[in-house]
Design a protein. Sequence first.
Length: 334
Amino acid sequence: MSGDVRGTQEPARGRVVLAAVVTLVGALLAGCTSSGYDPTPLPTASAAPSPTSSPSPSGSAAPVCDDPLASYAPISPLPAPGSMPSGSTMATIAERGRLIVGVSGDSLLLGARNPISGQLEGFDIDMARLVSQAIFGDPDKIELRVITAAERIPLLEDGSVDLVARNMTITCARWEQIAFSAEYYRSGQKVLVPLGSSATSLADLAGQRVCAPAGSTSLVKLEDFPEVVPVSAATHTGCLVKFQQGEVDAITGDDTVLAGLAAQDPYAQVVGPAFTAEPYGLGVNQANTDLVRFVNAVLAQAVADGRWTQSYDRWLADALGAAPAPPVPDYGRG
């Protein structure tokens, strides 16, 4: 692209049109789920007893966190689909007839609605469908609820969803409120800037407005760069609209998310090396450690049989390169 000098009016017109399109898509996605199921709150976590085959001792998810990546050992053996342990969280889900998962609806490549099929799809969606497959023998017995980043923890805490599969970084602070699966993907925070910008990192954006979603670790990380002006939006798509309308100068977030945004805006580019490590985990209600153990067994099986790599290759390889080695799980908790 060197030597390709674009007039200022052409990008401006293009970005305004793109902003209008993104705004319309966001409005269509708001509040949508991926099935005809009526949203049904789960029983409170305390109402679901733990199975004898995978005990969930009271207080085992206490807010003690020497290692945020340490999760619970996988249930062994992994129960066959349709044969969940009596009294377990998985049995409660099976009796309901569907797994309820909070996901993104606008994170291209991770969790976004296909405009042709209307289905939510992406790498995170695949991880959720693996769990549905393991419980029911059917990946489609799942209700995908589109939620914002800020809603992830509250909806897990009040039992509205069984899992959250929404590029959620595992942190000690979050372990105080919820539980996590073992790490299933390692991302890193980068910056999206206008095409042709000389900036290569947040350090190059002194005095400029940088957007990140409310409730995200990306927004918190901006506190380490007091020279930039933080701006929040409900979602990364909201940040993209602000970027295209000239309300912010850059967007920061996980490289996986920014790759999806750049694919939607020909006047944007993702720059610089990652300046954080963002280990993703599936979020679970803190009391449901039996479900965490079950999910960890499912993820380990998907790595072993190649389904993890197949999903990466389908969604992320074109934007981020060849599949890395899957994260090595840490089962040091409890």
